[in-house]
Design a protein around this ligand. Structure first.
Ligand code: SF4
Length: 218
């Protein structure tokens, strides 16, 4: 009987822009050591986006999941306290395989998403940064731990309150709502004044600054 040639298994992989070990620059976990995986691909089209190079998924290499897990493991040994899956818009690729591979590393997994797309993967912390022109899915709104709204104008404050009201209508009984953060653009003083004044009058919100940009870090 002729031997059947078995094709080599296709390694599970995901398109990735970059990986790096740094400090989380923004949000509730700002200032903590973290390993970042910037996943490629985004069609959300925010005009202020500072990672436009991440938009075309095909322009970035597909990285084997085992290789990414090995990098995360090395970062953990070097002090990283958690792994951040960011983008791009990470939910534009299925994240179950990546999360499964990273689970072996033993670090908490954080997701940073606009909420556009179906939630996949398994996370210890979800940061939702919703965009007015592409509202997030109800699922991500219900399950986020942190709601971080970018502030560029007065309209963003009304949008932030609408998103907070939606997020606080989460289904699991007894679950607390997400932490509420307003994040002005780091180089727009008018937006910063708007956000600071709003947080001063509305103590359920807190200010998030992009400290990595102030420090010139990734
Ligand atoms: S969702 Fe994020 S990566 Fe995509 S365009 Fe908006 S800011 Fe950029």
């Amino acid at each position: 009987m002729a031997e059947v040639e078995v094709p080599a298994p296709v390694l599970p992989a995901i398109a990735v822009v970059e990986t790096f070990h740094s400090l989380q620059g923004e949000g509730l976990h700002a200032g903590r050591s973290a390993f970042f995986i910037r996943v490629a691909g985004c069609d959300v089209g925010c005009p202020w986006c500072d990672t436009k190079h991440s938009w075309p998924q095909a322009a970035h290499p597909r990285r084997p999941l085992g290789e990414l897990a090995a990098e995360a493991s090395a970062a953990a040994a070097a002090g990283a306290a958690f792994v951040v899956i960011t983008g791009g818009e990470p939910l534009q690729q299925p994240l179950d395989g990546l999360c499964a591979a990273l689970a072996a590393v033993g670090l908490p997994l954080h997701l940073e998403t606009s909420g556009v797309g179906e939630l996949s993967g398994c996370f210890d912390w979800i940061t939702l940064s919703p965009k007015p022109h592409r509202p997030p899915s109800a699922d991500v709104l219900a399950r986020c731990d942190e709601l971080k709204v970018v502030v560029t104008s007065q309209d963003d404050l009304a949008f932030a309150e609408a998103m907070a009201a939606e997020a606080q209508r989460r289904p699991p009984s007894g679950a607390a709502g997400p932490e509420l953060l307003l994040q002005p653009a780091w180089d727009e003083s008018a937006a910063q004044e708007l956000a600071v004044a709003y947080v001063r009058r509305h103590p359920s919100w807190r200010l998030s600054l992009q400290s990595h940009k102030w420090l010139g870090m990734r």
